[in-house]
Design a protein around this ligand. Structure first.
Ligand code: MF3
Ligand code: CO
Ligand code: CO
Length: 336
């Protein structure tokens, strides 16, 4: 496209002059070598914009809270525990089952015109009805009870008063704290009628997650997971986000090990039965790079092309891998 002048309308669809909108950021990205030019949006493109947040939701007194609930900061130093006991894994299994139930509640409510704040309300109530605390609520200050990441939002989108639109894709990332452990899973869902390119992105992202999980076996290495994911994503012409990784999970929300979703030859840590971690690839139509909104949470693709994500919490077993966050009644797809 022709180079925009400072007084032209910004390419993002904001109706602001380019110099009042993305100009400074584009210049910075060019200076930092992240781009060589302005990124043209497709015709009719409308960027996701921040909307107002509803007031903070309350959690009843009887719900047991994680250590950061009041202050926003985890009180305990990051645990180095890599292996969970069978008793811990049993509690994680239950937390993941209840997180799954809350995700199903959220999914059932998705449709054009529904705000992500309404999804937050339903999910918040679903955790509490099951005796759990919304893990994200005040985690490092995060203001809501799940993450809702729409279209070009990669992750950590904050539920707000934006109504979902026909043709959107939205990732619902649901986490519960119950019996002293966290359960974490997410899915990307379609809103109304979605274009074929976005549906291909969502399907491929799901396949990437499952291939990553399928690469888990005792005696293998962490890097096997990213290798399987990256190969599949790139074979379909997509890119893999590097800045956000899977994570160990248990008594703390984010623990060791870190699990990159791209191939990193240095990730030679052995997979050992008793490890519990998430696999949650974020796959993009364009660049893998991101920009963070002024809210300090919402990560969007640097070129504003779409991104999708799926997440399961898994345990490494003697024979392979157990998915802790499967839907009720679904058979384990790999040896476990
Ligand atoms: N659920 C996200 C994950 O998969 C973490 C959200 S943390 C928040 O790791 F603070 F952003 F909510
Ligand atoms: Co998550
Ligand atoms: Co996670």
């Amino acid at each position: 496209m022709a180079k925009l002048g400072p007084n032209d309308p910004c390419w993002c669809g904001s109706d602001k002059k380019y110099k009042r909108c993305h100009f400074a950021r584009d210049q910075l990205r060019i200076l930092q070598g992240q781009a060589t030019e302005q990124t043209p949006p497709p015709p009719g493109f409308r960027a996701v914009k921040p909307h107002a947040l509803s007031p903070r939701r309350a959690v009843p007194e009887h719900i047991v809270r994680p250590d950061y609930a009041l202050t926003g900061r985890p009180a305990n130093p990051r645990s180095r525990q890599l292996l969970k006991t069978p008793e811990q894994i049993e509690r994680l299994r239950r937390a993941c089952k209840l997180a799954r139930e809350a995700l199903e509640v959220a999914k059932a409510a998705i449709g054009p015109g529904v705000t992500t704040d309404e999804i937050d309300r339903l999910t918040h109530e679903a955790y509490i009805a099951r005796g759990g605390y919304p893990s994200t609520l005040n985690y490092h200050g995060y203001p809501k009870s799940l993450c809702t990441s729409v279209n070009e939002v990669i992750c950590h989108g904050i539920p707000d008063l934006r109504p979902l639109e026909d043709g959107d894709i939205v990732n619902l990332d649901v986490t519960i704290y119950i019996d002293g452990v966290h359960g974490d899973l997410s899915e990307t869902v379609l809103v109304g009628t979605v274009d074929q390119a976005s549906r291909d992105l969502v399907t491929t992202t799901y396949e990437c997650m499952m291939r990553g999980i399928g690469a888990v076996k005792p005696g293998g290495m962490i890097r096997d997971i990213g290798k399987a994911i990256q190969e599949h994503a790139e074979s379909r012409g997509f890119s893999v986000v590097k800045a956000f990784v899977g994570h160990g999970i248990g008594e703390q929300f984010h623990m060791d090990p870190q699990v990159p979703h791209y191939f990193d030859a240095t990730q030679t840590r052995e997979l050992v039965p008793g490890m519990v971690f998430t696999i949650e690839p974020m796959i993009n139509q364009g660049t893998w790079k991101h920009v963070t909104w002024e809210d300090q949470w919402t990560a969007v693709t640097a070129d504003l092309k779409r991104s999708a994500q799926f997440e399961h919490t898994i345990a490494v077993t003697e024979r392979g891998v157990e998915i802790l966050s499967l839907p009720e009644g679904m058979a384990q797809p790999f040896a476990h």
